[in-house]
Design a protein. Structure first.
Length: 563
């Protein structure tokens, strides 16, 4: 297919054909779309294509360079794996939305200007919210509304920043933006919302666990990684991002350890892993950017595998609460094995994908002299092994026997998990193909004695700490509870403040109404007397003017009523 035809439209337009197909024809069509998109990306030569003139500016719908191509590859692969995982689901709305969502993410990755980026940025929000709504519960409906508001706010900040950036630079090119202009700051905030920066992160833990079984897997692949790509494109080397990223790696650990909902544990873990990527963007060296892209690539796969396994548990067992699970390895042995592969990958065990990508970022931090950041990243690495490497498989499939006996996951789910697990292991064992896709030439060797020994020591210490805490009863038990995060301020305090303000306005309105009722009649009488005694009103106002006076009085009342 010609490079002049945007890759995004393969999925977006193709999604429109899904409702008209049934059975195997629909499945074949859905599988063909990401394969076709991947084939076009492979064939793309470096350059800019599909350029459109708009209001005197040139929009670049397709920009292919090594950064955009790397994200394009993994987005297309993730789309194919997610389609396979979702084949058992006959929800047409969800299938259309998922494909359009993946297409929008691809469109944003290949966008060469801020206007095209904005259009696809907002499309990802509008299409992805259907994956949360599709669960059709009151909790999912509320979470979807909050998610949509946050995502649209990110888009509005991006548009405002683009306008200010254009005023300052006379350019809408999406390249290195920096923080020299107010527009640059607004765009960074827009990217930060989508990347779930600290205090801007709660939409992720709020929405992802409320999505459908398959919807959470789709969501984990695109939204936040699109933001990582945008940061790498526009803000590489912005030192402030190092400290933001370091904080992102550390604080979710404490929430994940005490969280009962295992999909919410994975959502906090997602925050943790995003922090490594943001640190890499902030450092900004070639090694660090390579590490960011490689870790995003690996993360999409192993995080999808973990969400897939928990989705299969939710489908078969009806819950993903750690307090209600345990012993499922007897009923779901294949799902258990695939989950362990995902857990080993996210924990950066040698020979798994997380090891060969995380090592790049840790080395970039050490080489750049960011000692404190390096220590924080080491702590975060130990923490992620606790809550995702151990807690997820342990409480879901082992721990105490919950007595749940259920069927193994559907075959399409097992196939998707098997393919994803194979990629996690393959990349870990032989990372060269992934390294060859990265933006800069890679001379880094992950499998040195020092790297392997340091990581194994870290994992051994973390496993020992978990064992000691479990044996002594100090590890937080899995309890049916609600953990408070910073979203408590806008989900509880903000509504209370709005309610109090509304009550105050209502009281003022009532008082004004009573005052007008007392004063209104005498005022009309005064006007009538002036008219009867030949005052100024008698000479200048007719009976119609009298009605105007009363209408004006009523208008004042109405304004105050609705205020």
């Amino acid at each position: 297919m010609s490079a002049e035809f945007p890759t995004a439209l393969i999925l977006i337009l193709g999604a429109l054909g899904v409702p008209f197909l049934r059975g195997r024809a629909r499945a074949a069509w859905m599988l063909a779309l990401p394969v076709l998109a991947f084939a076009q990306i492979v064939a793309l030569p470096l350059g800019e294509y599909a350029q459109v003139e708009f209001l005197g500016e040139t929009l670049v719908l397709m920009r292919a360079d090594r950064l955009s191509l790397a994200f394009g590859y993994i987005f297309a692969i993730a789309t194919l794996l997610n389609v396979i995982y979702s084949l058992h689901d006959e929800d047409t709305v969800q299938q259309v939305a998922a494909l359009a969502y993946a297409g929008s993410a691809l469109g944003a990755v290949f966008a060469g200007d801020l206007i095209t980026l904005f259009i696809y940025w907002e499309l990802t929000a509008v299409t992805s919210v259907a994956l949360i709504w599709a669960r059709r519960t009151e909790r999912s409906r509320r979470a979807a509304m909050r998610y949509l508001l946050v995502q649209l706010a990110s888009g509005m900040l991006l548009l405002a920043g683009a306008v200010l950036h254009f005023q300052a630079s006379a350019s809408i090119r999406f390249d290195l933006l920096g923080l020299a202009t107010p527009g640059g700051w607004l765009i960074l905030l827009a990217f930060g919302i989508k990347c779930a920066f600290p205090l801007l992160h709660n939409w992720l833990q709020d929405a992802y666990p409320e999505a459908t079984v398959t919807g959470t897997v789709w969501l984990s692949a695109f939204t936040t990684k699109l933001a990582v790509y945008a940061l790498a494109r526009g803000y590489a080397g912005t030192e402030m991002l190092i400290w933001i990223g370091a904080l992102m790696t550390a604080f979710p650990i404490f929430y994940a350890v005490i969280e009962n909902d295992l999909r919410r544990v994975l959502a906090y873990s997602l925050n943790n892993q995003l922090g490594f990527m943001v640190v890499g963007v902030g450092i900004g060296t070639e090694l660090a950017i390579n590490g960011t892209v490689a870790h995003a690539f690996s993360h999409i796969l192993y995080k999808a595998l973990l969400f897939m396994s928990m989705g299969a548990v939710l489908l078969r067992a009806g819950t993903v609460n750690g307090s209600q699970l345990g012993g499922l390895y007897k009923s779901m042995p294949w799902t258990t094995g695939f989950c362990i592969v995902g857990a080993a990958s996210i924990s950066a065990f040698p020979l798994f994908s997380g090891f060969i990508s995380k090592a790049l970022i840790l080395s970039a931090a050490a080489d750049g002299g960011y000692t404190i950041t390096w220590l924080v990243l080491l702590f975060a690495s130990a923490g992620v092994f606790h809550h995702s490497g151990i807690k997820i498989p342990y409480f879901a499939f082992f721990a105490h026997d919950s007595g749940i006996r259920c069927a193994e996951a559907p075959r399409n789910m097992l196939l998707a998990m098997g393919l994803t697990a194979a990629l996690c292991i393959g990349i870990g064992v032989y990372p060269k193909p992934l390294y060859d896709l990265l933006p800069y030439a890679v001379s880094f060797v992950p499998y040195t004695g020092a790297h392997v020994l340091t990581q194994l020591q870290l994992l051994l210490f973390s496993a020992l700490a978990f064992s000691v805490l479990m044996r002594t009863g100090l590890y937080p038990p899995e309890l049916r509870a609600v953990n408070l995060d910073s979203d408590w301020f806008y989900r509880r305090i903000a509504p209370a403040m709005v309610g109090a303000l509304g009550a105050g306005i209502a009281a003022m309105r009532l008082a004004l109404e009573e005052t007008l009722l007392r004063v209104g009649a005498p005022l009309v009488q005064v006007v009538l007397r002036l008219h009867a005694h030949g005052g100024p009103l008698a000479r200048t106002l007719s009976t119609g003017a009298m009605a105007l006076w009363i209408s004006a009085l009523l208008a004042v009342y109405l304004v105050m009523y609705y205020v």
